[in-house]
Write a protein that binds this ligand. Structure first.
Ligand code: PEP
Ligand code: MG
Length: 320
């Protein structure tokens, strides 16, 4: 079945009633980009650049970063890549970076905040990205954005660096929605961002106030919690006000049980593990988007993630 799904995977995934859903891949390097293409991915929805920074003794140079990102774009054969700026701190430790020890790492300097704390690191990364070709196929994604000020600060720096480099074209610039404030203010963010991508791993952690790595809480850290569904709905509505699209790049996108829910909530891009692209595309092709919308509404009034999953289980035969 896996082989059959893989053979059918290439080409756009549309629901039975014709809604196009982009199914992209989460990757770390060019080898995984090639794997994503083989699995029929429409592009890369999340490149975590932390992988360029870990397992070494110092930060990669601007040129090293440019070359690594260029390799990924080249491997995609015309498809686009969303490359996220460094998400250091919190659960992603980069020991050699001059960041303070934190009492509450998840609530301290992490994501784009580390970029503001270490402007040279952010500048090198933005300069590297501005030199990738073609810029029309590059989308830059900012982690841990809390409000519009974070986004505008990076956009301004991107403009300054582009001017220094003599680059006139601009890549698209999007923000992760992984902090509750960002979901609540999605309409404001969407006014200034080109797209929004929901990081359900962190959005779950911060919404439920449960450490994403806490072993005793693991069973309760379920992104299908109704509170998360409401925040995703709010994000999609906020983005729609400004005609912007919303993707999901957290682990929830790789969960086939969640596909009807996300489609019903109005998410139009799913970024998943490369191996899961065929299965998620197959699921999308079985769905009716109107039925999914009703389902997504109903689920938001349930009390727990268990209830949501039970309902999805019960409805599976009718939905798929
Ligand atoms: C997320 O938080 O859902 C996400 C995609 O980012 P990461 O898992 O890298 O924190
Ligand atoms: Mg995250």
């Amino acid at each position: 079945r896996r082989r059959m799904l893989r053979e059918q995977s290439a080409g756009q995934a549309r629901t039975r009633d014709g809604l196009a859903i982009e199914v992209a891949a989460n990757i770390a390097n060019a080898a995984e980009a090639r794997d994503a293409v083989l699995n029929g991915a429409d592009g890369v929805g999340l490149l975590r650049t932390e992988f360029l920074f870990i397992d070494r003794h110092d930060a990669p140079s601007e040129d090293e970063q440019r070359a690594a990102c260029q390799d990924v774009l080249d491997a995609l054969q015309g498809r686009s890549a969303i490359i996220r700026t460094l998400d250091a701190g919190g659960d992603k430790d980069v020991p050699y970076l001059p960041l303070p020890a934190e009492d509450n790492p998840a609530l301290g300097l992490r994501g784009i905040r580390t970029g503001f704390a270490m402007p040279a690191v952010l500048d090198a990364q933005l300069r590297a990205l501005l030199q990738v070709k073609p810029l029309s196929r590059l989308r830059i994604l900012l982690p841990m954005v809390a409000d519009v000020a974070d986004l505008l600060r990076v956009r301004q720096r991107l403009d300054e660096l582009a001017a220094e480099l003599g680059v006139t074209e601009r890549p698209q610039l999007g923000v992760m929605i992984e902090v509750p404030s960002a979901a609540l203010l999605a309409d404001q963010l969407a006014e200034h961002a080109d797209f929004l991508s929901i990081g359900t791993n962190d959005l779950t952690q911060y919404t439920l106030a449960m450490d994403r790595c806490h072993p005793a809480l693991a069973a309760r850290l379920d992104a299908l919690h109704p509170s998360l569904l409401r925040l995703i709905a709010l994000t999609v509505h906020g983005a729609a006000k400004h005609g912007k699209w919303v993707g999901v790049c957290g682990a929830l996108a790789s969960d086939p049980q969640a596909t009807p829910v996300l489609v019903g909530l109005g998410v139009t891009e799913l970024s998943v593990s490369p191996q899961l692209v065929p299965e998620i595309k197959d699921t999308v092709r079985r769905l009716d988007s109107t039925a999914c919308q009703q389902l997504a509404l109903d689920l938001q009034s349930l009390n727990s993630a268990q209830q949501v999953r039970a309902r999805l289980q019960a409805d599976a035969a009718a939905l798929l």
